[in-house]
Ligand binder design. Structure first.
Ligand SMILES: C[S@@+](CC[C@H](N)C(=O)[O-])C[C@H]1O[C@@H](n2cnc3c(N)ncnc32)[C@H](O)[C@@H]1O
Length: 400
């Protein structure tokens, strides 16, 4: 009897507490039979422990800790904003990591900054540029993109950006390592550029900061995400730069691009969908490790290959393509690039040269941690003192 009274009292208290919570904030706990036994984040971590434990060996435990810890942001400075935002950020202790690296490089004198693929690489159709008799062009980084970060070990967060008198925001918060694929794309005056998987638009915005692109096509197969990209651009870029002669935003399936346009662009960015490793171990929402998305996850390498091939075919002979992901997975990174190089040669008679990005790892060694000894491309790996990435990138040049 006493037990029954206690239980009733307890139930009334719970009911009273519910009344204190506004109705809109009440969450009904789901007890459906479909409730997963393990959250997707747990499944992701288990999968990564198995695969990355083998792939990355001793590096994996520290990368794992960083992946599970709070990530660090960079503030992509908006060159179109009229407010003195840059000085304000510097006064808070941030530094532009691109200017810093370039300045140091200039001081350290000119060593050859680009080498091409070496012989031990497993890509049959790769050509070494010296064997072609052409000296490799130096890896140049545009100084128009500016990105501020707090120093190593400093985990201060940026405040949200505020609009200037024209309604344009002062900076865009993003993983600073995401800027590297845009930097290595090396856009020059008048170039035509294709951003094949562009939404939500961080990299498109970074490319527009150069103010030198002749024509930019930003595509993403998701209509809702392309709308988001459009809104982002309108918050940062004056209308005169967003007219149809200079910028087109499309929503095509990028794998079919080869059927739409071939041999057209000077630069192509292929920033593919992937297992988004950091998101997968920290967020259950929209997680690709959910049981009902396992087919989609397994099809990723095929989709990535088709997108990269479409990007390669969209580029001009002589044009350059950057492939990038935010996963540590060798299957989604190096293996996709290797396969694309050989399929491009065999099926489309396109010969590609791999641009060695190792000078980049030296240039930005004070800001990012790079995975050592990758046979193809470079990869920023998360580290507690500089918690950016993962970002993988590989640059290809079309010789034919
Ligand atoms: C990693 S995100 C791109 C991020 C973007 N580049 C940025 O910096 O904000 C990958 C994008 O690929 C898009 N995507 C997926 N499949 C695609 C396809 N077949 N064609 C074009 N885009 C696709 C997704 O909608 C997603 O927005």
């Amino acid at each position: 009897m006493a037990l029954l009274c206690d239980t009733r009292l307890l139930l009334r208290k719970v009911k009273d507490l519910r009344c204190l919570t506004p109705r809109r904030n009440r969450v009904k706990e789901k007890w459906a039979a479909t409730r997963p036994k393990y959250p997707s984040t747990t499944l992701a971590l288990r999968y990564f422990d198995n695969t990355y434990g083998l792939q990355l060996g001793q590096l994996w435990p520290s990368i794992r800790v960083a992946l599970l810890s709070e990530k660090k942001y960079g503030a992509l400075f908006n060159n179109f904003c009229q407010d003195p935002v840059f000085d304000n950020l510097e006064a808070q202790g941030c530094r532009d990591f691109i200017i810093d690296a370039n300045t140091e490089e200039m001081i350290c004198a000119a060593e050859p900054s680009e080498v091409v693929a070496d012989e031990k690489s497993s890509c049959g159709s790769m050509k070494k540029s010296d064997s072609e008799g052409q000296p490799p062009a130096p890896l140049q980084l545009t100084s128009q993109m500016r990105c501020l970060v707090f120093p190593r070990g400093d985990i201060t967060r940026f405040k949200p950006a505020r609009p200037d008198g024209f309604g344009l925001l002062g900076y865009y918060l993003m993983d600073a390592a995401s800027l590297l694929p845009c930097l290595v794309l090396d856009v020059r005056d008048g170039h035509s550029v294709l951003d094949l998987c562009a939404a939500p638009g961080g990299k498109t915005l970074a490319l527009l900061q150069t103010q030198c692109i002749g024509f930019l096509c930003a595509n993403d197969s998701s209509v809702s995400r392309t709308l988001r990209l459009r809104r982002t651009l309108h918050s940062y870029v004056p209308k005169m730069y967003l007219n149809e002669e200079k910028l087109q935003i499309t929503s095509y399936d990028g794998t079919e691009w080869g059927e739409i346009e071939r041999n057209t662009y000077d630069r192509v960015l292929v920033d593919v969908p992937c297992t988004t490793d950091r998101h997968s171990v920290t967020e259950n929402d929209n997680n690709i490790f959910r049981k009902n998305r396992s087919g989609e996850r397994q099809r990723l390498p095929r989709l990535q290959l088709d997108l990269l091939l479409a990007g390669i075919r969209a580029a001009n002979p002589g044009g350059e393509i950057v492939y990038s992901t935010c996963t540590l997975s060798e299957i989604q990174n190096q293996n996709v690039v290797k396969e694309a190089i050989s399929v491009a040669q065999e099926n489309h008679n396109i010969t590609l040269q791999v641009v060695n990005l190792n000078p980049l790892t030296h240039l930005f060694r004070k800001t990012f941690h790079f995975a050592p000894d990758l046979d193809l491309g470079v990869m920023v790996v998360p580290h507690l003192a500089a918690n950016f990435g993962p970002i993988y990138m590989c640059k290809l040049r079309r010789l034919t």
